[in-house]
Design a protein around this ligand. Sequence first.
Ligand code: ATP
Length: 365
Amino acid sequence: MGDLVIQNLTKRFNNDSETEIVAVDDVSIEIEDGEFLVLVGPSGCGKSTTLRCTAGLESVTEGTITLSGRDITHQRSRDRDIAMVFQNYALYPHMSSRKNMGFGLKMGTDMESDEIEERIEQTASMMGIEELLEKKPGELSGGQQQRVALGRAIVRDPELFLMDEPLSNLDAKLRTTMRTELQNLQSDLGVTTIYVTHDQTEAMTMGDRIAVLDGGKLQQIGTPLECYHLPANRFVAGFIGSPSMNFFEVKQDRDAGALVHDEFEYHLKPATADTIANSTDDLTLGIRPEDIRIAGTNDENALTVTVDVVEPLGDESFVYFTVGDQTCTASVDGEEYIKEDSQIDVVFPQDRIHVFDGHTGEAIK
Ligand code: ATP
């Protein structure tokens, strides 16, 4: 029970007009009972629309949504057994936390008020927010309001939680604390959850799996580490990981077994050359900042670059340099002494490089 299947979901706005927008384009996602799935992608990629279609706040243009085997595609929102948590908390300002938490149960169910009170008390005690129950939203901090908003969702004991950037109004430190708190709550309750964020760090740290969207299309679905180590395409490779992966447009020279860039030639081991031999000539070479190494004397494919800027962060430093007209980032050990304007030799270890089709962006290696 509690598994959600979104099948070929498409949502178009301004249907039939010249200004039609395809907000969600043929997206299929299966979420297991009790799973925490994060929907992540840049602004406008269709995350909120996918969530709103699932909640019944937006009509579905094509496709189906089933929850625990029930087709809920066109069901009224209040009949879906789903609770939603929003970025702006959406608490009623004139009601106490207690009334806010009980409101949905009082209006949407025929539950007796004794039982409602009992559930509120239980939830408040589980979340440690008993002392907030008689206060109104105006008397609460952002973090406390978000706890009450979560409490209001939990008290309903739904089959599915939908959360739309619930932590984005909180300061950075509180956001980190609340991430852990929310994850623990979700795993204790075991309620299937879809969590929307544009923040890849939040996605990486919170999700059992993450679904990466761009332009309304599902780009990849997998565990955070699968998406990090084996990105399906250039978009996912660039979106997941911080700082972003460096990309170089290269041509494949099959005779030389090399990737040729305007500024360098990267010689491939036979096994790597074989892997990409059947693909197009135009390729993109990708390397994550944390995978770039300062070259030793015997390193093949070392590249001499001039350091533009060094950003020391303590245990690591970001080193910015230019290759041709392109700025690149390397993340190196903070102990490494690198001076701005100096020349250094860097190397892209072969077991760490990514290769993408230069036209489609699909991952090849
Ligand atoms: P954000 O992170 O900025 O909230 P998002 O990934 O959640 O973005 P959506 O809000 O789902 O993106 O929007 C997807 C696309 O659909 C955008 O181009 C948006 O402008 C468009 N859109 C969303 N709602 C409507 C609407 N009611 N009418 C017309 N277009 C809409």
